[in-house]
Design a binder for this molecule. Structure first.
Ligand SMILES: C[S@@+](CC[C@H](N)C(=O)[O-])C[C@H]1O[C@@H](n2cnc3c(N)ncnc32)[C@H](O)[C@@H]1O
Length: 318
């Protein structure tokens, strides 16, 4: 059964859509891998380029995307497969099985569909169970992290993944409160964060719980670890001249993508003081362009969630 809230084409606009199409420009007959299917916004556009010829492999760790995939398959009729799983594991498996692709897209993070469903616990704006798992069958949830991590670890998570200035007082307040009553709901966590930070900071830039929620989401879903593992697997899967496009939404992710592209573009891993190369590694890809592509002012006005998006593109060297 389709959920009653399936977005229509008109209300789900994929981020940097024109830029992704221009970067990947799949041709009829190509194999395209959308590692982050979501509600299929980018897949729909990529399929239009295939004109009924070629293949789309869609991946998502959230099984609730299935109705969106089924709807798209009914509409398009192109060869399409949905693989439910974590993209770094799925890409490694596909690469090991000899599957090759001409275009691979990663549109990182959570979807509007996940944020807008309060029961998933991603949003600080609604009181809901403390969850934040993209894959609802995963063992680690935000409830486990908040109730079980030692104070020092919690502070480290908030600082590292959320760049939260008040990481230590927030971690201390969480540990104090959970000693009498474990956290079950996002609302309790938001209240504890607000109490832990100085009054002026409660009314500063953005919601006071925004950075802690981002940090917990990254920790629960190991978002940086899976990205580190996915990029080499994606590169291995690409055919010569195949293209990789990655959309990141915060600097921690973008830094990983940028570093990977730089290293693969450079090839040689010898220390700079070596007079000549002894490692023999050759460049594996070309970054196109060298700088990240940002959404236009018009796109940000239309879709404020796109504001922090950065697209990086590379072509595998043949
Ligand atoms: C930003 S949304 C993608 C939206 C999609 N491009 C669209 O146009 O509808 C990210 C999606 O990727 C999934 N996702 C994020 N990280 C993942 C991972 N490591 N493995 C598999 N799926 C992942 C999320 O569950 C979510 O559905």
């Amino acid at each position: 059964m389709l959920p009653s809230v399936l977005p229509t084409e008109a209300d789900h606009v994929p981020v940097l859509a024109d830029e992704v199409l221009a970067a990947l420009h799949p041709r009829p007959g190509d194999t395209v891998v959308d590692c982050t299917f979501g509600s299929g916004g980018h897949s729909r556009l990529l399929l239009s380029c295939l004109q009924g010829q070629g293949k789309l492999i869609a991946i998502d760790r959230d099984p609730t995307v299935k109705p969106y995939f089924e709807r798209l398959r009914r509409e398009r009729g192109t060869r399409m497969r949905l693989l439910n799983g974590e993209f770094s594991a799925v890409l490694s498996q596909l690469a090991a099985n000899g599957v090759r692709a001409d275009a691979i897209l990663l549109d990182l993070g959570v979807s509007s569909m996940q944020i807008d469903r309060p029961e998933r616990g991603f949003s600080y704006a609604a009181d809901a169970p403390l969850d934040m798992r993209m894959d609802p069958s995963a063992e680690l949830s935000a409830r486990v992290v908040v109730n079980e991590e030692p104070e020092r670890e919690l502070a480290d998570i908030f600082r590292r993944y959320g760049e939260e200035r008040y990481a230590r007082p927030i971690a201390r307040a969480i540990v104090r409160r959970r000693a009498s009553e474990p956290f079950e709901r996002t609302g309790d966590l938001v209240a504890t964060i607000k109490e832990a930070i100085p009054a002026p900071a409660r009314f500063g830039e953005g919601h006071p719980a925004k950075r802690v929620f981002q940090a917990l989401r990254i920790e629960v879903n190991d978002e940086l670890g899976v990205l580190e593992r996915a990029l080499p697997a994606a590169l291995e899967m690409l055919n010569p001249e195949g293209r990789l496009a990655v959309i990141a939404f915060h600097s921690l992710e973008d830094r990983i993508v940028k570093r990977f592209l730089r290293t693969s573009e450079h090839g040689c891993t010898c220390p700079p003081e070596f007079p000549r190369c002894v490692c023999g590694a050759t460049p594996l890809l070309r970054a196109l362009p060298r700088r990240a592509i940002r959404p236009s002012a018009a796109e940000v006005a239309r879709n404020p969630r796109s504001a922090s998006a950065r697209l990086r593109v590379a072509v595998k060297i043949g």
